[in-house]
Design a protein. Structure first.
Length: 117
């Protein structure tokens, strides 16, 4: 199982980024996918989830209305569109598969996001 996240960077408050995560080593189209983020010294925190077919999506309250999760099962890729970014959104963002209460495999290297003026 492997996750490769990309798309992070430095952005000013109010800016946007689109993160991508390519997954391999499991049946991606049958798996719920989740996004988490981790700020230095803190535990990973849930950001968003998207069901296997993309029909159900849920977000942490802190990102509702600003972030949008989507997926392309033909490309084994999940996305996170992040708009109106704020300094509190700073952190390393990870994706991971989730099945029956268990994370699929190990965390990838993540992609860092820094929101600063």
């Amino acid at each position: 199982v492997q996750y490769t996240e990309s798309g992070g960077g430095l952005v000013q408050p109010g800016g946007s980024l689109r993160l991508s995560c390519v997954a391999s080593g499991f049946d991606f189209s049958s798996e719920e996918m989740r996004w988490y983020r981790q700020y230095q010294g803190s535990e990973r925190a849930f950001v968003a989830l998207i069901s296997s077919g993309g029909g159900f999506i849920n977000y942490d309250n802190s990102v509702k209305g600003r972030f949008t999760a989507s997926r392309d099962n033909a490309k084994n890729t999940v996305y996170l569109q992040m708009n109106n970014l704020q300094p509190d959104d700073t952190g390393v963002y990870y994706c991971i598969g989730y099945y029956r209460g268990i994370f699929r495999g190990s965390w990838g290297q993540g992609t860092p996001v820094t929101v600063s003026s």
